[in-house]
Design a protein around this ligand. Structure first.
Ligand code: BGC
Length: 801
């Protein structure tokens, strides 16, 4: 049995921010970090609440330069709930929190199945008076605007009152990432607060640039006869930025009193509301009591788990469950109603400012086979920003669409111009915006989603438009090199962000990044496929709409066959000239620094630059083996006029394996995926690192600033597609299993094409496929060169040997 709970025993202030990120609760609309309700924000505590897509732009001056910065906004904190003992026969005790010396016991448990976080604390004063506090919270998965917090107090060895102060705090800033401390961080303005009906408080405010209005309402009820405040009259304390209630609850030894706080959160981005404040106040007024809210929340999670089923036995299974949990809290079916992208760090913290990178490449494949409507909506986010990408291309003197490396509100390039090296304290130019390969990721996602879902409507309309414009961008950027007799794409940065320029070069950018060129060739071919398969009327309409010249597709075909891919020593070069870079003395650096994941920062702090060395941050060339199954990889290279057989690929894998520092969580994941086929004995080490990446915070403290959504979702897909070799086409499931000894048994439920709930199990040497009776057509399977058909209502075992 795989556990459904994720627990921490005891209180550890130094680990608290990490636990806040890992115990965050959310529903795809908003996420709240698992912060203590009773502690003030400080080094150990960073309460944060983030609504998907709620960004704001601020201008800062850093090191004498103007920095324009759009980030996901930390919204008013709905968690505060402080308490203290007021014994009848003594003066009131101190306000209690895990940081107080009176803490005697503490533990917390995230219930993954039910989507709740429960915290237990026991406090004891010097006179033997004990107060046990159990607190259970939820962010509602059924109604995305609601959250609830039930706190139960039990007194032992004393009688008197528990004094509780609870409310909403609007005096918040974006201060969750130390590296950003020099940036402006006050995003909210125009606060108003109020109270209604004795038990309800509200706060409204707006973001100061994007002008998003935000409203929260909190209803507080107790089970001891007091609606909200006090045995006497309610006491609301309102300041413009804060709305609080004070309650005094009578307690006897051994008795328990309960305080229920129900919260609603709306913004002016929401649909079907009059205004956010009325919507929030109405929502808490109508919200059922805590047990009924909890029951409907459980039901919503039950349905999600059914659709997201991925069962793996043992400890790996628990990590995978934690990953599914956080993926679904960031991107749930509610996301399908929103105009949002895939935030690289979830909605769990402020790292990378809530921006959207290419990471959806690692997230959509999982969603495609469980929640295709969510994938479609996330692609919709890209489609709505296509005009912006086309403007960016045109400003760069190119045709087509140049998607930004970092995207947020309106789709303009949000990558910072400078970033801070915390090791040297220096602000350095940031050229990561040259990662134009993000466009290929968008195109790949369109294609994959349409393949798995069979959504030809999307493919023929929005999907085609994006794909064609991205292809056009690549064609416009490819230049003919007579000496080479090939097309080249120059001045880019590949997935390995350590290399952004040639040593000593005045201008940033590298030539012929293999990943960029091969994916560009793939995109061009898919664009040509589309031109062939689009219904005639639609093709004409689309060509007219994007004003595609009749000779453009022909040029695409030519480029797709003649893009340059550099090689050295019989292996694929990461970019032209990679082989000329110096070799790094890895052992020496490991001995000197221990953790050398962020080799770029180490070398820069030493006055050197990683650009001089054959040292990569993450998988770059090897990403090709992540995107393309072996046969397709060979075919793409063949189309380009190169041969990549098993030997070349294995030699390439070996080469980069020894020259990569894994400074991104995506790196271990991609290596696990690629090695599972190319060097099985070594795959597990990377797989384990990918599975434990966030739980063990392997990137040295970064998880506290937000989970790594790409790596989390990627591990799910590693099992689902990587180890099964699964390619879901609308009409056929292709399988080519390569289970690892440590991950040789698992079960996944798939939705693809017209099929819901296809049950796929892998057991060492056998595959079992069960198709529900409700399906109308048989599932066709291709395995080891043979075809099978599994009829609705039947189960079939297939041998892998
Ligand atoms: C990685 C990128 C990734 C970004 C956001 C960086 O550290 O190098 O590939 O897109 O993090 O997750």
């Amino acid at each position: 049995m795989v556990a459904w709970t994720w627990s921490y025993e005891g209180y550890a202030p130094e680990a608290e921010r990490l636990r806040e990120a890992l115990c965050a609760l959310g529903n795809g609309y908003f996420v709240t970090r698992g912060a203590a309700t009773e502690a003030s924000p400080g080094p150990a505590h960073y309460p944060g609440t983030y609504v998907a897509g709620c960004y704001n732009r601020l201008v800062s001056t850093v090191a004498g330069r103007r920095i324009d910065n759009e980030e996901l906004v930390n919204l008013p904190n709905w968690l505060p709930l402080r308490y203290r003992m007021r014994p009848v026969d003594a003066a009131p005790g101190p306000w209690l929190s895990p940081d107080h010396p009176q803490l005697a016991e503490h533990r917390q448990t995230l219930d993954l199945r039910h989507g709740t976080l429960t915290r237990w604390s026991v406090y004891e004063d010097g006179e033997g008076r004990r107060l046990s506090v159990e607190q259970c919270r939820l962010v509602h998965m059924g109604d995305p605007h609601l959250a609830a917090l039930r706190t139960s107090f039990t007194a032992a060895g004393w009688a008197g009152e528990v004094e509780v102060v609870t409310g909403i705090d609007g005096d918040v800033r974006n201060a969750g990432v130390a590296r950003y401390r020099d940036l402006e961080n006050r995003h909210l303005t125009d606060w108003y607060t109020g109270s209604e009906l004795d038990d309800t408080l509200w706060l409204r405010c707006r973001t100061n640039d994007s002008d998003i209005r935000v409203a929260l309402a909190a209803r507080t009820r107790t089970d001891c006869g007091v609606t909200a405040p006090g045995a006497g009259a309610p006491r609301a304390d309102l300041t413009p930025q804060r709305a609080f209630h004070t309650l005094t609850l009578p307690v006897e030894p051994g008795s328990t009193v309960v305080v229920d706080k129900t919260v609603a959160l709306y913004t002016s981005r929401d649909q079907a509301i009059g205004n956010p404040l009325d919507a929030a106040v109405d929502a808490v007024r109508r919200a059922p009591d805590h047990p009924r809210l909890l029951a409907s929340h459980h039901r919503a999670w039950k349905h999600l788990w059914h659709q997201a089923k991925l069962d793996v036995p043992g400890e790996s299974g628990l990590f995978l469950r934690l990953h599914i949990f956080h993926v679904l809290q960031t991107l749930s079916p509610h996301t399908a109603e929103l105009d949002v992208g895939v935030p690289a760090r979830g909605l769990h913290g402020e790292a990378y400012r809530g921006h959207v990178f290419w990471d959806e490449l690692f997230v959509l494949p999982f969603l495609n086979l469980h929640f295709p409507e969510v994938s479609r909506a996330l692609l919709g986010y890209r489609y709505r920003r296509l005009p912006s990408a086309c403007r960016a291309a045109s400003e760069a003197g190119r045709a087509g669409a140049m998607y930004p490396w970092q995207s947020a509100g309106d789709g303009r390039e949000e990558t910072q111009q400078f970033h801070l090296n915390p090791r040297s304290g220096r602000w350095l130019p940031d050229h990561s915006r040259l990662q134009h390969h993000v466009g290929s990721a968008v195109a790949y996602n369109v294609w994959q989603y349409c393949q798995a879902s069979g959504d030809t409507t999307f493919l023929h309309t929005k999907g085609a438009e994006m794909l064609l414009q991205i292809a056009r961008f690549w064609a416009a950027g490819a230049t003919w090199d007579t000496d080479l007799g090939r097309y080249r794409i120059r001045g880019v940065v590949g997935p390995d962000e350590y290399h952004d320029a040639y040593p000593g070069a005045k201008e940033p950018g590298l030539d012929d990044n293999a990943y960029t060129n091969v994916t560009a060739a793939w995109v061009l071919m898919r664009a040509l496929d589309l031109c062939r398969i689009l219904p005639e009327a639609r093709r004409q309409q689309l060509f007219e709409r994007i004003q595609l010249a009749p000779d453009e597709p022909e040029r695409w075909g030519e480029i797709a066959h003649r893009l340059h891919v550099p090689y050295h020593q019989g292996i694929i070069s990461q970019f032209a000239g990679y082989a000329d870079l110096a070799e790094l003395d890895w052992e020496e650096y490991r001995t000197r620094y221990g953790d050398i994941r962020r080799l770029d920062r180490i070398l820069e702090a030493e006055g050197d630059t990683v650009n001089r060395y054959q040292a990569s941050k993450q998988a770059d060339v090897l990403m090709l083996g992540y995107l393309f199954p072996p046969a397709e990889l060979a075919a793409v290279f063949r189309q380009l006029g190169y041969a990549v057989d098993d030997d070349v690929w294995r030699a390439t894998v070996d080469y980069y394996l020894h020259r990569t520092s894994h400074g991104s969580t995506l790196s271990a994941l991609v290596h696990a995926w690629v090695l599972a086929r190319a060097r099985r004995a070594d795959a597990w080490e990377y797989c384990e690192e990918a599975l434990t990446g966030d739980a063990a915070d392997v990137q040295g403290g970064t998880t506290a600033e937000g989970i790594h959504l790409g790596a989390m979702a990627g591990t799910l897909d590693l099992v689902q597609r990587g180890l099964t070799g699964l390619e879901a086409h609308e009409h056929t499931l292709w399988l080519d299993p390569a289970p690892l000894p440590q991950l040789s048994k698992f079960r996944v439920r798939l939705r693809y094409g017209p099929h819901w709930d296809v049950d796929l199990r892998i057991r060492a040497r056998r595959v079992r496929i069960a198709v529900p009776e409700s399906d109308t057509t048989a599932v066709r399977v291709r395995l080891r060169g043979r075809s099978y058909s599994v009829a609705p209502g039947t189960t079939r075992w297939l041998d892998l040997t």
